[in-house]
Design a binder for this molecule. Structure first.
Ligand SMILES: Nc1ncnc2c1ncn2[C@@H]1O[C@H](COP(=O)(O)OP(=O)(O)OP(=O)(O)O)[C@@H](O)[C@H]1O
Ligand SMILES: [Mg+2]
Length: 478
């Protein structure tokens, strides 16, 4: 995106100054050291630009204090409320020290008194750039620590799991498309993350799309983006996931749930390496590595005509199959201890341990919900445990209701399965005070899946806020 002649230049700067000749002089002096420099002559225009979500945040804002439209303090506030790492430098007339002090109190990085020499300004702008860069590096480091999935994060020593992990690390280096298969909760998303972090694209974005959570038309605009006016509610351009993932990895989750039309489009993109935004005419190119996952048997779906054979063969260049937990019982204990450590620390009880009987119970279970079910069971056990030990009674196993003889009643006239599903979801939510995380745990499904069901069923609750505009595709916060 950035031209090579700007390499080595640092930062984006917004210059706000109403005196045209002074503005030109400053711009000429600073521009050679910057990646980009934008200019505004009015305070209100600068505020509007800083608030425009389509304009990426600036590293440094250099603004005059007295401006038409809005003053430098308003510019300062707009910059700081948009992005905390933006360093704001104010230019003040001689003798206006009180205002400068007020500006520093409101978070300005520095101020320069007019008249100033250009070299002095360059030094101060350089310092401001240094601070902005330091802050963004710090943030990257922090995010990296949170996102980085190392081989160590994947717990379990069973040969089947270690083989899958070894394969994932080996194929990470290539650009090949990988299909991760396995039952629900076996760790497909975790392995997809590992493939990304172990790949040469680790510094690039890791973008996830859940193909099952969106209806067909929304999925297409999610994947490929749309132009303004592509359909009635498209009031602005949307950058699709393919574009966002440029230089990184695109994780297509639950790829087996895509409609035939979307399958055809995806196939074309994979073949041609280019695509169009909905309603657009330009061909776009994105350098993306695809990792797909599904808990369906794609071969069977293919045989039944529900999944395109050509797409299947494109996706499964390399297949990593994650074994269900019941086929690797030796991993149960290590996973349980791993989750216990996390949850116990979270609630301030690091000394919490499993009693032998509790471990025995965990070992005997068959784990239809796999690692996710185990994780939920440990979380519940930590909440239930009274003393320093997790007792056998604290281990509540989901399938035990059926095992203990509970049967859902089917009326003689039959009933719609969907209604039953809805009633159960509603009851779980009510029992958990509409906290989705807890309800999902009760139902032994992922939060995402619950969220999807809630949306599909149109269940609402006043305590849920709507989509926060962060691109999580209309998820309900819970
Ligand atoms: N080997 C493992 N070590 C540590 N944590 C694991 C392991 N396998 C799975 N997990 C954890 O179990 C949970 C479920 O895993 P994940 O979301 O990757 O499953 P999935 O296969 O994508 O499931 P689904 O098909 O339902 O989407 C996550 O919290 C994940 O971090
Ligand atoms: Mg998943």
């Amino acid at each position: 995106m950035s031209a090579s002649n700007t390499r080595g230049r640092r930062g984006r700067l917004l210059l706000v100054e109403d005196n045209a000749s002074l503005r030109r002089g400053i711009a000429r002096a600073l521009a050679p050291g910057l990646r980009s420099l934008d200019e505004e002559a009015r305070g209100d225009r600068a505020v509007a630009r800083l608030r425009d979500p389509a304009v990426p945040p600036y590293d440094v804002v250099l603004t005059d204090l007295r401006l038409p439209g809005a003053d430098g303090l308003a510019v300062l506030d707009a910059a700081r409320s948009r992005e905390a790492r933006t360093a704001v430098l104010l230019m003040t007339a001689f003798g206006k020290v009180e205002t400068a002090v007020e500006a520093m109190r409101r978070g300005a990085f520095d101020f320069v008194q007019k008249p100033f020499e250009l070299p002095e300004l360059e030094v101060r702008v350089g310092r401001a750039l240094g601070q902005a860069q330091l802050l963004s590096e710090l943030r990257c480091l922090r995010e990296e620590r949170r996102d980085r999935i190392g081989v160590d994060a994947i717990v379990g020593s069973s040969p089947a799991l270690r083989e899958a992990v070894a394969l994932a690390t080996r194929v990470a280096a290539s650009r090949s498309t990988v299909l991760v298969t396995g039952e629900t909760g076996t760790g497909k998303e975790l392995v997809a993350g590992l493939i990304h972090t172990a790949s040469p694209r680790a510094e690039g974005p890791f973008v996830k799309v859940n193909c099952a959570a969106l209806p067909e038309t929304l999925l297409e605009s999610e994947l490929f983006g749309h132009e303004r006016g592509a359909f009635t509610s498209a009031d602005r351009v949307r950058i699709g996931r393919f574009e966002q993932a440029d230089g990184g990895t695109l994780f297509l989750d639950e790829v087996g749930d895509m409609s035939p039309a979307t399958q055809a489009k995806l196939l074309r993109v994979l073949q041609d390496q280019q695509f169009q935004r909905l309603g657009g005419s330009r061909m776009l190119h994105s350098d993306v590595r695809i990792v797909a996952a599904t808990n369906r048997d794609l071969r069977a779906a293919m045989a039944a005509g529900a999944f395109r054979a050509d797409l299947y063969f494109r996706l499964q260049v390399i297949t990593i199959d994650l074994p269900p937990l019941r086929e690797r019982p030796e991993d149960v204990e290590a996973l349980a201890r791993h989750f216990l450590e996390g949850f116990a620390a979270e609630c301030g009880r690091p000394e919490l341990r499993f009693a032998e009987a509790a471990l025995a119970r965990l070992r005997q279970h068959s784990w239809p919900g796999n690692v996710r079910e185990l994780r939920n069971a440990v979380e519940r056990a930590v909440l239930l445990a009274q003393g320093p030990w997790i007792a056998a009674e604290d281990v509540v196993l989901g399938a035990s209701a059926l095992a203990a003889g509970w049967r859902p009643g089917l009326p003689a006239g039959g009933l719609a399965l969907r209604e039953v599903e809805r009633a159960v979801v509603q009851e779980a939510l009510e029992r958990c005070g509409f906290v989705q995380k807890d309800a999902a745990s009760l139902l032994q499904i992922s939060r995402r899946k619950l969220n999807y069901m809630i949306q599909r069923m149109g269940i609402t609750h006043p305590s849920w806020r709507r989509n926060r505009g962060d691109g999580t595709s209309g998820q309900v916060a819970g």
